[in-house]
Design a protein around this ligand. Structure first.
Ligand code: ADP
Ligand code: TRP
Length: 455
């Protein structure tokens, strides 16, 4: 057995200590970076001792267990090794299964990161991917219809990727001062919902430039006629004005979305009913590519949420419909909105007339969603409404309270995250590195198939 105190002086052992192997030993700072790879020299200065940058001490390092192959600082337990970029013996922070040099702050996608992803992919039931555009505040429709599902998927043995579709946002939103903070807010919402950054990979779409590259290759296979005749595209053309022109970005939106989906070889894509046609287009493109070249892509399937949340007017809750209730509204704020605009059973003009819950547009459907696991309480709502034992005002008060209570853990986490914007940025940064690691090999395969020189 090796002596507990001797420093690592052998290059192979240092590689092992860093968990770095070929061919993934590239230091990176997300897509903005790109440091040249500095290979570890084959032989090392015999006298190399390991320095803990965090404690600022020279240390021989220790083995935590006799079977360990890496060394840690005896004082703070940081992993010790040789940085590929600054070429110094340093300590590393371990963040979300990536290493970050304490001295030059470069991040390393290590072999163990890749191994972990491969292991999770191999052991996962599904590769689940979905995205939300950074267009504005999140509402209860997004919560019940999309984000709650994301959390459920992430609880199982799935490899989950949830991203913020910031490029997609640009198709309708041109103000940088809106896009940037909203990107961060969606990331905060993912975290506040309870997604764990050590399990689910959360990233900004723009952190993975290979997605845009893949969209470009896919666009070579996509005829423009079917795009133009898509209902969503027809709607955009009809609604276009001088200030809201029908741009190429809008036309090619579904192809970019196909790249989002096909890049990580997603198997399941949870989306709202309006997005199904886009997932189908992605599946068609995958088939077309696989038939023409070779089988690179997995054919994705959509997963539609069973829950459609009505807005205050009874129509589908949506940001553009101006009928929504924000996830951050106070109980009084929610109540005020429902008292003022919440449409109930139109036949129930006074409190004394018994109501018909099935005809209630905005309030009863939400009781149904909230009390799905509490049939007795839901039964009470039905009975009291249909016997006129409760009026709509009381019913709305109960709804406002229940909506507010449902979101209590979300708000608590949101408040904490609001004080830690750097943490949220960090989650996106590390998520972006991992997503890139997953998507880049697919794009390399596509390049090869299409006759483009490797990068
Ligand atoms: P909006 O319609 O407010 O612009 P988005 O289109 O950004 O919302 O939707 C983001 C996610 O939330 C999508 O998966 C969408 O299906 C889901 N979603 C939005 N509104 C509702 C709703 N009222 N009921 C159920 N799911 C919804
Ligand atoms: N188009 C989706 C929406 O408007 C957002 C999105 C972009 C998306 N890329 C995606 C959803 C890929 C699922 C998968 O809601």
């Amino acid at each position: 057995m090796k002596s507990q105190a001797s420093p690592i002086t052998n290059a192979d052992e240092i590689r092992l200590a860093l968990g770095i192997g070929q061919p993934h030993q590239r230091p990176t700072r997300g897509w903005t970076g790109g440091h040249p790879v500095v290979p570890i020299p084959d032989s090392h200065n015999e006298s190399l001792t390991l320095f803990c940058t965090r404690c600022d001490i020279m240390t021989a390092g220790i083995y935590a267990k006799p079977t360990d192959t890496f060394r840690r600082c005896p004082a703070c337990s940081s992993l010790l090794g040789l940085c590929l970029v600054c070429q110094r013996p340093v300590s590393f922070r371990e963040r979300y299964n990536l290493l970050c040099c304490d001295r030059c702050h470069n991040d390393f996608v290590t072999q163990s990161t890749v191994d972990d992803l491969i292991r999770r992919e191999a052991g996962s039931r599904e590769i689940v991917l979905s995205g939300i555009r950074a267009t504005g505040e999140l509402h209860y429709g997004n919560y019940f219809g999309a984000m709650k599902q994301f959390v459920e998927f992430a609880k199982g043995d799935n490899l989950c990727l949830f991203f913020i579709a910031d490029w997609h946002t640009l198709t309708t939103c041109r103000e940088p001062e809106v896009v940037r903070p909203n990107t961060l807010r969606i990331a905060m919402a993912y975290l506040a919902m309870g997604l764990d950054p050590n399990r689910a990979i959360m990233y900004g779409q723009s952190s993975v430039p290979e997605i845009a590259e893949l969209a470009m290759y896919l666009s070579m296979l996509q005829n423009h006629a079917p795009l133009i005749s898509m209902q969503s595209v027809e709607d955009m053309i009809t609604k276009s004005t001088e200030n809201n022109p029908f741009t190429l970005g809008k036309l090619t939106y579904p192809v970019l979305m196909a790249a989002d989906i096909l890049g990580p070889k997603s198997t399941v894509v949870p989306v709202g009913p309006d997005q199904v046609v886009n997932v189908e287009l992605a599946a068609d493109l995958a088939r077309k590519f696989n038939n023409r070249f070779r089988s690179v892509f997995t054919i994705p399937t959509h997963h539609i949420s069973e829950t459609t949340v009505p807005g205050l007017d009874g129509e589908k809750m949506g940001k553009s419909a101006n009928n929504w209730v924000s996830l951050l509204d106070s109980e009084e704020g929610i109540l005020r909105k429902y008292q003022r605009d919440g449409v109930t059973d139109l036949a129930r003009i006074t409190k004394n007339i018994p109501g018909t819950p099935a005809n209630c547009k905005a309030v009863f459907p939400l009781h149904e969603i909230l009390l799905a696991d509490k049939p007795e309480e839901l039964g009470k709502v039905v009975t009291e409404c249909s016997t006129a034992a409760r009026g709509c005002v009381d019913c709305k008060r109960e709804l406002a309270r229940n909506l507010f209570i449902e979101l209590a853990p979300f708000r608590e986490r949101w408040a904490k995250l609001s004080e830690k914007p750097d943490f949220v940025r960090e989650v996106l940064h590390y998520g972006g590195l991992k997503a890139r690691e997953i998507i880049t090999p697919t794009v390399a395969e596509v390049r090869e198939c299409m006759g483009i020189f490797p990068n």
